[in-house]
Design a protein around this ligand. Sequence first.
Ligand SMILES: CSCCC(=O)C(=O)COP(=O)(O)O
Length: 762
Amino acid sequence: MSTELASPVLNVDKCSVLLLDIAGTTTSNTFLKETLFSYVDKQVETFLKEKWEDEAVKEAVKTLKDGELDLEAAVALVKELTEKNSDNKGLKALQGLIYKKGYESGELKAHVFPDVPTVLESWAKSRKVAIYSTGSLESQKLLFAHTTEGDLSAHITKYFDQDTGSKTESGSYEKISKELEVKGEEIVFITDDVAEAKAAKTAGLVTSLITREGNDALPEDAAKDFPVITSFKDIVLEKSVKRKNEEEVPPTEEERPPKIAKKEENGTAENGLAEDKPKPAKEETKAQEKIEDEPMEVDAAVEKVEKVKEKAVEATKETDEAPKTETKTEDNTAAKELTKTDETPTEPIKETKTEEKKPEEKTDKKPAEKDEKPMETAESTEKPEEEKKTEQLPKVEEKKKDASNVEKDKETNVVEDEKMDVTPCDKVETDESKVVETESKKVEPETSKEVVVEEMKVDSQETKVTTEEKKVTTADKIVTEEKKVTTVEKKVEKKVTTVEKKAEEKVEKKAEEKVEKKAEEKVEKKAEEKIEKKAEEKVEKKAEEKVAKKAEEKEKKAEEKAEKKVEKKAEEKVEKKAEEKVENKAEEKVEKKAEEKVEKKKESSEKEKSDKPKAETAVKEVATKEKKESADSKPAESKETTVTKPEEKIVEKKEETKPVEEKKTDKDEATAKPEENGDKPDSKEEKKEGETNGEEKAEVVKEKENKSVLANGVEEEATNGTSTEEKQNGEASEKTTEEIKVKKIDEAPPTDTTTPPVSVEV
Ligand SMILES: CSCCC(=O)C(=O)COP(=O)(O)O
């Protein structure tokens, strides 16, 4: 760690926000590695086992690595990434969750460098202090709420983590600037990381590097590009925004120049003191306006305070006019400091000895210990000077008493800034006041740091007592006024800070609530969508099933219909064929029998020859008519007609007495037509059948076969003459033949009684 640093030159005229890095800036890297990361390493397994099902943990583990991780793998990965000091967002989230347990149980206490608490407190009075760290928001908040120096979170108004973006990208700082509603040039960013500093600078932020105990050495050229400080106290800010219109009032402790040698540019000392540069009141007013959430009441209170101060200043001026008094302006102080630093050019002058020592004592073995060493040397250089000065002071006991009253009043002012506000007293630099100041340094070490005392020259030993008394009483008045002012100020500041904090807490809470609500809404939406999808899928499935069922039913019906049709057709065919066959066979039989009988009759009648020609013809006619009738009509229907018709026709033919040959031709035509007609429908039906599907064909073929078998049975029955129909027909034909025979006998002359009767059997 180099302590030989160039003096910081920061353009902080318009600073309204201080943006701070954590590791290596507010807190030592050693603490991070040896305490926080080590704690994570030890606790991660237990923590993940306990909280594996927590949503926050699940989310963090998901972010840890793409893809799924089981518990063991997650533990190993967390350890590995922690060891590497990875910036993985999932890791940072998990670390934050793990730290929580440690901080809450008291097992963890965060380290902050010794200057941090006081400076943060001081800055927070008039400006915003924000944090930008790689660590998660949770871990940042925990850290500042649980430091070895107490809860510092009250001084911090805003936290940024990697959700804002990478710390090495300028866009992230632009975002912060927008979010804070402050121009980049009004934000002072302090970090130990050069890459981060470059990014912030690119975004227009006023940027300073800081070196701290435990940090890696900065690159050699870093100091060329950025001011490098070693403590927050090295930062010089413009006058507090609340102290507008106070150009003549000496600066507060906060606004005093750091005890670091300032560069001389253009022949003038440049110590970064905002007070040294006259600024238009407008700028200050603007800066004040930029402090968000500041209520109007506070503004009014500030104005009142300022008025009281103005009165005090006027009173001080009056005392300045008194003879043989030494007024001390801020310029004088700065000039003296420059002289002082010239004497010790290589050592950075630390500001407060007591402030920095205390925290280091508390944080044993922490890296900041080394920071204290140079401070001790600074203290040792200051003390002898003060002692010398006090030795030179005349001891005027009476004056001491009066002055001791002033000092007592001073002692009541705890806050550094407020003590500095009492500096009008310094302007009345009497012997007594010097004594008082040195005494006050002994009583309250913090006041001893005031450089004013060191540079005071004791040249007013001959001052008249009466003048001194006047001055002291005036000083008393001023001090009491100032006390009032400071108390009001304190209250105002407290109010401002509390109001700001509350407002920010509210904003944060609202933001968190919004985020939570959004997350919940998302989850709900997803769940609803899933349910809807499932419902839709179910409905679709049901609809599909219904459609399929209907289709199946239709198919079945169609098949059944087709089958029925096919069956009907097949049945009709079979019936037709059977009928045809029966008819044909019957015809053939009738013909044959008729012919045989005719022949027999012919033979028998040859003898008779001319006696019975009419009877033969009648027989033939009867045979042909019967054939016709059997061919034209269906067997069931035509059974009766075949019985009755021949009788009638026989009667008719008796009258007509047509030749036998003519009747035969008629019969032939009648018998031939059904055969010809019967062939054609068969072929058509076969064509139709060819159009049906294979299954139907097969079934039809089977049915045909079955039915042909049945038909054959019918045929056999027909041939055997066993069927009832045939029998009936046979009986009928027998009856007709008997009747014909009777008629013939009646008509024919009674020649031969042995002549067999003509009978037609069907
Ligand atoms: C907030 S405590 C842990 C901080 C941390 O994890 C870290 O990596 C520090 O990063 P920074 O950006 O603050 O240097």
